[in-house]
Design a binder for this molecule. Structure first.
Ligand SMILES: N[C@@H](CCC(=O)N[C@@H](CS)C(=O)NCC(=O)O)C(=O)O
Length: 231
């Protein structure tokens, strides 16, 4: 699907009219994967339409010569600007799109909120996303010799599955405490941190992990996000 325009489905939380900027940018993505989803939900929230190209990770298309010429790190999402500059880290892409496109920001209203949101995203990525990835990628044939995203080849380590599961439990428990008494993780508006937590909780289901029954606050926070995004 080269050069198609994505049109976000309307949802309760989202702006649906953000004008296409005159910058020619192209997003390489695989919409169902968690890091691309962090960008996809930000775009949906802000009503951003971009030219996109799907790179099918299930079919290992990231290893194709065409895509490795775009991003030698072989990861998604990847954003290419009209001058050829390439961004290949999700948080950087989100910050760039948030600032480039008008409307409500998901990076806070003050420099302190911005710092807190980036800190929170970093924690969710490190404590949550990488824990799930540790479980997912260290067993089975799908990620054989490829337990980390990118071109590096190395063996899977079976013990990391158990450690990853322990990390997921600790992460969900910490996030339950974090959202208690709050509608949003930082400040009084939805931020990239909320998007990231929502995505990582969804990613947990890829390794058959759900929010534990005792994490009541996290479950109701997640349910509110899900319905806000119309999912
Ligand atoms: N450093 C990247 C990592 C992104 C990443 O891990 N993306 C995954 C999809 S969720 C990927 O591209 N995987 C490719 C692979 O498994 O080979 C970021 O923060 O955006």
């Amino acid at each position: 699907m080269v050069g198609a325009l994505t049109k976000a489905e309307p949802c309760e939380l989202c702006d649906n009219f953000n004008a296409l900027e005159d910058k020619l940018v192209k997003l390489y993505t695989y919409a169902i994967a968690p890091n691309p989803r962090r960008v996809g939900l930000l775009m949906k929230y802000k009503g951003i339409d971009l030219a996109t190209q799907e790179v099918d990770l299930a079919a290992k298309e990231q290893f194709s010569p065409d895509f490795s010429a775009v991003n030698p790190r072989l990861t998604l999402p990847t954003l290419v600007l009209d001058d050829g500059t390439t961004l290949s880290d999700t948080i950087a892409i989100c910050a760039f799109l948030d600032e480039t496109y008008s409307g409500k920001s998901v990076f806070g209203k003050t420099s302190l909120e911005r710092a807190q949101i980036i800190g929170c995203c970093h924690r969710i990525f490190f404590d949550g996303f990488t824990a799930v990835a540790e479980v997912l990628r260290n067993k089975g044939d799908a990620f054989k010799d490829s337990p980390l995203p990118g071109p590096l080849k190395m063996p899977q380590i079976a013990e990391l599955v158990e450690r990853g599961n322990l990390r997921i439990t600790a992460f969900l428990d910490a996030m339950n405490t974090e959202v208690t008494g709050k509608q949003y993780l930082v400040g009084d508006a939805l931020s990239q941190a909320d998007i990231d937590l929502y995505v990582v909780i969804g990613f947990c289901t890829w390794v058959r992990r759900a929010i534990p029954d005792e994490c009541v606050e996290l479950q109701s926070w997640f349910d509110a996000m899900k319905s806000g995004f119309g999912e």
